[in-house]
Design a protein around this ligand. Structure first.
Ligand code: CMX
Length: 137
């Protein structure tokens, strides 16, 4: 597998508006997009930092993985996302190497990316996302 870069770092926050202000006012970063990912029950806000993005995540429901995460661990780094190619052929390869897949096939995430998550129990405690830019972007 070839990892091109860290695509983004996902950070779970309780209040997106407050967290956006922090990144804008303290670091001078510009939030360039806010997007709700309905099936993940999150609202996201994106900042570009060099080639890597910060993705802030606010839960839109108590059932959201982000709500559960904050309840258990508090706000903070939620996942790391690597940019990859040929994601759907990578997934069975990873599974055959003993990595526990959360998504057996890629699905649509924020910014129209094809994404799949790897379970933190098989990745040394780090919820890991693989992202592939679709061909038309
Ligand atoms: N990072 C590290 N460990 C995590 C974690 C995270 N983000 N989320 C949960 N865990 C750990 C828990 O601490 C727990 O560990 P212990 O058993 O040692 O206590 C274990 O994983 C199970 O956690 P849980 O609270 O019982 O939660 P679930 O098993 O119901 O779900 C997970 C965990 C990772 C499978 C689920 O959160 C998931 O499917 N995540 C992927 C999707 C997602 O996170 N979407 C939101 C972001 C979407 C986006 O970026 O667009």
């Amino acid at each position: 597998m070839e990892i091109n870069k860290i695509e983004h770092i996902g950070i779970a926050v309780k209040n997106l508006t407050e967290a956006i202000s922090y990144y804008e006012n303290i670091f001078g970063l510009k939030c360039y997009a806010i997007e709700e990912v309905v099936d993940q029950k999150v609202k996201t806000a994106f900042f570009m930092v060099g080639e890597t993005k910060i993705e802030l995540l606010e839960a839109t429901s108590d059932e959201s993985p982000v709500a559960k995460f904050i309840e258990k661990k508090g706000e903070g780094v939620h996942h790391i996302a690597f940019a990859v190619e040929k994601l759907d052929s990578l997934l069975p390869e990873l599974e055959s190497k003993g990595i526990q897949l959360i998504d057996k096939q890629s699905r649509k995430g924020a910014e129209e990316m094809n994404i799949a998550f790897l379970h933190p129990k098989s990745t040394f405690g780090v919820l890991t996302e693989l992202c592939e830019k679709p061909n038309n972007l």
